[in-house]
Design a protein around this ligand. Sequence first.
Ligand SMILES: [Cu+2]
Length: 315
Amino acid sequence: MLKARIFAIAAGLFALVAGLSAAGAADLVGVPVPWSFDLQPAASPTMERIRDLNVLLNIIIIAITIFIAGLMAYICFKFSVKRHPDPSRTTHNTLLEVVWTVVPIIILVVIAIPSFKLLYFADRTPDAEMTLKATGHQWYWEYTYQDAGLKDVKEGAEVNFESVIACRGDGSAADTKGCDEFEAKHGRKPVRLLDTDTQIVLPVDTNIRLLITAAPEGVLHAWALPAAGVKLDAVPGRINETWMRISKPGIYFGQCSELCGKDHGFMPITVKMVPKAEYAEWVRGKLTAANRGREKSTAQNKGSGKKSTQVARTK
Ligand SMILES: [Cu+2]
């Protein structure tokens, strides 16, 4: 009876959790749901490997915990004063000392090998198809498509925009304004503290090189997109590199993940993954506008004798 009831509760909990993770895997990825746990569903090869490593580590941790707890219970029972009034005076046991030194070393090696493989895998991709640079400011992100990934786009063309939190959504009058604007534009309420006024649009099934840095006059930030397994420090005066490849279209959420100051909690990251054709259309629209501005500023710079600020494509 009791067994059946425990089984029913466990099955119910499992169904609830499975349902919630399915809900989390919908169009909006990375939205918090009540009672959820575990990592976000993997959307990139890096995240798949992070999840695998997580499973391996959990198996090792649980096995060690059970072994140590069992050993402690056995010792407490077997060698209590009542059952073992006359303790042994043994101080050394060579075999035991070798075992308890060598076994942890083997465990660490078993952990280190996949860890290093994963570190190098996430570090960079040998064949990046496009390059996105993210710059952390106090307190928002700026994005530059240094290489938009279109073969026919001329050198120096790039897209640049700032991405600021859509609204803080804490209910105060000043904050609801942005929320209403967002809802009018997107037809849904903004996800609290995760939606931005300008989404990063990226193509699916593309190796995207990510360059992460922070404004020279600013502070440390970290660009993180959990579903893609990306979390990298944004350091003033330094460019860190990583990459991602996401296959499923959708809107992915992340946040600044380095305590950076008073508005650390208000600099989210919103990535919209779209089919390649849709991305090409979007980026072309942005490029035209960007180049028009660039041509104008180049003409002005020439007039004033300044050098052009064009940036060469990274290829
Ligand atoms: Cu930050």
